[in-house]
Write a protein that binds this ligand. Structure first.
Ligand code: UDP
Ligand code: MG
Length: 313
């Protein structure tokens, strides 16, 4: 029977911790009684350097339910992506399959069963995808959707409307742990793993209590990190712009020469205008070219695994 670990990153989640623990324990009990997971399955709370009583509550829950509730205490606040990674990598040696979910229960815990069913069908990664974003504010909804579109434009493979609610088999986490980069953007990294994947759909709910730990500033940082960690397209765009401006400078040269011979132009204008356009274009092109090499170096230093073997027969 497969042992499940539900990994929950928590940062200042005092108001929701007990509620989350109860809801998730119920899911475990239910799945155990249906014979879908091992009876030693557990919840792994990762305390991401909370400043409130979150860790004390995790300890309390562990005292009450020593088998079902476990905890990892990080030494300081490292952010959601790192906390989640710490949890997954800690969990992988203690279980056969993991599900990651936020502490605020915005993701529907009832679809975990569906995820497990897909896992039993042989899927290694199952993404939780939001059907609609009715409960998000207009602002959050449009910025988030714009984000997925920009990512796609930049050539980063992500799953549309999927955050970090997902099932990963032990071997998927194992492979993920080989991505040693320190700029983490899980939503972009997990699709690189490969393996058989599937999605389950759910309605995103309101936060049960407390408030969002992702203010606009953190969201923008996550978005920029997502793009800059996966794509060197912005560099190519600079280079493209340089080429475009050099072409413009040729057109400007024709125009300036015509004006010089046929019109009345102030002395010095022709040479000035030509230098400005041509040099501007040349500089952009040169920066873009240097950027291409830096982009390559960047991709090399990540030391990402080059392939992942799924099966050998
Ligand atoms: N979180 C974390 N470290 C942080 C910020 C957030 O571990 O520095 C956790 C938080 O406790 C929650 C999850 O990440 O379980 C998602 O955060 P939140 O629900 O505030 O984000 P939102 O749903 O508003 O995007
Ligand atoms: Mg939330």
């Amino acid at each position: 029977m497969d042992k499940l670990a539900i990994v929950v990153p928590c940062y200042n989640e005092e108001p929701v911790l007990k509620i989350a623990s109860e809801a998730l324990r119920k899911v475990l009990d239910d799945l155990i009684s249906k014979g879908k997971i091992d009876k030693d399955s557990f919840i792994l709370f990762v305390n991401d350097g909370s400043k409130d009583r979150t860790w004390a509550l995790i300890e309390e829950e562990h005292q009450l339910y020593p088998n079902q509730v476990r905890g990892v205490k990080l030494a300081g606040n490292v952010g959601h992506q790192f906390a989640l990674t710490a949890g997954l990598i800690t969990a992988k040696d203690m279980c056969d399959v993991t599900v990651s979910i936020d502490a605020d229960l915005q993701d529907d815990v009832n679809v975990i069963e569906e995820m497990i069913d897909k896992f039993h069908e042989g899927k290694d990664i199952v993404y939780g995808v939001r059907k609609e974003r009715k409960t998000d504010t207009f602002f959050k909804r449009t910025t988030a959707q714009g984000f997925y579109k920009v990512m796609k434009m930049m050539g980063v493979k992500t799953v549309y409307n999927h955050a970090d609610f997902r099932l990963m088999s032990r071997r998927a986490v194992e492979q993920f742990s080989k991505y040693e980069e320190s700029n983490l953007f899980l939503r972009g990294m997990i699709p690189l793993i490969g393996y058989e994947t599937d999605v389950v759909y759910y309605d995103r709910l309101e936060r049960v209590a407390g408030e969002s730990k992702y203010p606009l500033k953190k969201m923008l940082a996550l978005a920029f990190n997502g793009i800059s960690s996966f794509s060197i397209k912005p560099i190519s765009m600079v280079m493209g712009l340089g080429i475009f401006i050099i072409i413009c400078s040729i057109l400007a040269a024709i125009y300036a020469l015509i004006s010089y011979f046929f019109g009345s132009v102030a002395p010095g204008w022709t040479s000035l205008i030509l230098s400005i356009w041509f040099l501007g274009g040349l500089q952009l092109l040169a920066i873009g070219l240097v950027g291409q090499y830096i982009g390559k170096i960047y991709m090399e230093v990540k030391h990402r695994p080059r392939y992942n073997i799924e099966k050998i027969i």
